[in-house]
Design a protein around this ligand. Structure first.
Ligand code: KG4
Ligand code: ZN
Length: 335
C-alpha cells in the first residue's frame, strides 16, 4: 500500500488548459492557462480551443511539475477529464493522458468534469468540508444542475436546466452589452458599482428543481435593443447589477426549494459561476436567515482547473477505480 498518493491531473474540457499535481488531498501545483483567443468571438470556438490545448499542454505540464518540485517518476497515476466537454478539446487531454500513463506504466483514471467540480470542495485548503449526504448546485458555462451527493461515488441528478446554463445567461447578456467572453466576471465587477433595483427582469416559473434562463435572455435582449448605446453606456453598472440580481435570485430560490423537498441543509455551490461575488454574498445572507449551510470552494478551484480533477482522481485511486486504455465508450460522461 502506497503511503502518499501523487496524482498528475489534466483538464482540457473547454477553453482552459490545466494541469495540477496533488499529494493526497493537498494541491502542490495547479497551473491554468486560459485561452484568450476566444474573447472577441463572444464564446468558445471549439476548433480553436483544440488547437490551443495541443499547443499549451506540454508547457503547462512542465510548469506544473516545476511548481510542485516533482518529476514524472514520482507520479502514481494520471487523472484526466473524460467528459462532458468539447469533443476535440477532450481528445487532446485524453490522448495525452493515455500516452503518459502508458509510457510511465502507471494507472489511468477517468474523471467526470461536473463531479470533479462538486468534489473540489474536499481539496485540503478549503476551510470547511461538508458531510454526506449534501446537495450540490453546479453552475458553469455549460451546466446548471442540482445534484444529491451521497458519497464520493454516488451522484443523483435532482434538477437541470431546460435550456441555457447560468454561465451562458451571464455570457450572452454580456455579449449584448459588447462585453468580451467570458462576460460573467466582467458583469460581476461592473455590478459591484450598480443598483440592482434599477431595472426589473422576469423570473421564469419552472416547476420542481429544474431551471430555465431562455425567457430571461429574450427579455434582456428586447430591453437592450430598445435602448440607445449612450443609455447602455451611461447605465452599464445598474444594468449589470440588475441582470446579475435576477440570475442569482433564480439560483437562490431553487436552493431553498431543494432544501424543503429533500430535507437536507448542506449545500455545495460549485462551477465557474460560484466565483460570483454577489452569489457569495447572497449565500451568506441565506445562512443567516435560514438553517441552510453552504460550502463554496476557493475561487481558484471554482472556475475550470485541474486540481478538482486531481482530488476526484485521489478518491478513485484509493478505491482502485482505474480507467481503461481501450474503452472508447463515452456515454456515461455525456460527451
Ligand atoms: O466552470 P467553468 O469555468 O467552465 C465550464 O465548465 O463551463 O465556468 C465558466 C462560466 C462562464 O460562463 C463564466 O462567465 C462564468 O463561469 N463565470 C462567472 C464568474 N466567473 C466565471 N459568472 C459570474 N460571475 C463570475 N465572477
Ligand atoms: Zn467547468
Amino acid at each position: 500500500m502506497i503511503k502518499d498518493v501523487y496524482i498528475l491531473a489534466i483538464e482540457t474540457s473547454c477553453d482552459d488548459t490545466s494541469v495540477a499535481i496533488l499529494k493526497n488531498q493537498k494541491v502542490l501545483s495547479n497551473v491554468v492557462s486560459s485561452q484568450k483567443i476566444h474573447e472577441i468571438y463572444g464564446g468558445v470556438v471549439p476548433e480553436l480551443a483544440s488547437r490551443e490545448h495541443d499547443r499549451l499542454i506540454i508547457p503547462v505540464i512542465k510548469k506544473a511539475l516545476n511548481d510542485a518540485g516533482m518529476n514524472l517518476f514520482n507520479i502514481n497515476a494520471i487523472a484526466y477529464t473524460r467528459g462532458p466537454g468539447l469533443l476535440g478539446s477532450l481528445l487532446v487531454g485524453t490522448s495525452f493522458a493515455k500516452s503518459l500513463a502508458l509510457s510511465l506504466d502507471i494507472p489511468l483514471i477517468e474523471i467526470n468534469h461536473m463531479q470533479a467540480h462538486i468534489l473540489s470542495i474536499f481539496i485540503a485548503d478549503n476551510p470547511e468540508k461538508p458531510k454526506f449526504p449534501f446537495i450540490a448546485l453546479t453552475v458553469s458555462g455549460g451546466h446548471t444542475q442540482l445534484v444529491l451527493v451521497k458519497s464520493y461515488e454516488d451522484f443523483v441528478e435532482l434538477g437541470t436546466t431546460l435550456d441555457d446554463a447560468a454561465g451562458e445567461a451571464f455570457d450572452k447578456s454580456g455579449k449584448l452589452m459588447n462585453l468580451n467572453y467570458p462576460a460573467g466576471p466582467k458583469i460581476d465587477n461592473l455590478a459591484s458599482k450598480g443598483d440592482f433595483n434599477k431595472f426589473k427582469f422576469p423570473k421564469p416559473k419552472v416547476d420542481g428543481l429544474n431551471f430555465s434562463f431562455s425567457g430571461l435572455k429574450t427579455s434582456f435582449k428586447n430591453f437592450i435593443n430598445n435602448q440607445s448605446s449612450d443609455f447602455i453606456q451611461n447605465n452599464i453598472n445598474d444594468i449589470c447589477a440588475s441582470i446579475q440580481f435576477t440570475i442569482i435570485d433564480i439560483l437562490i430560490d431553487k436552493i431553498i426549494e431543494a432544501k424543503k423537498k429533500h430535507k437536507i441543509n448542506d449545500f455545495v455551490i460549485c462551477g465557474g459561476v460560484s466565483a460570483n461575488s454577489f452569489l457569495r454574498k447572497r449565500l451568506k445572507e441565506l445562512e443567516k436567515s435560514s438553517d441552510i449551510k453552504t460550502y463554496v470552494p476557493k475561487i481558484n478551484y471554482s472556475t475550470d482547473n485541474a486540481a478538482m480533477i486531481g482530488i476526484n482522481g485521489y478518491f478513485k485511486f484509493i478505491n482502485s477505480r482505474f480507467g481503461s486504455f481501450s474503452d472508447s465508450s463515452v456515454s456515461k460522461y455525456k460527451v
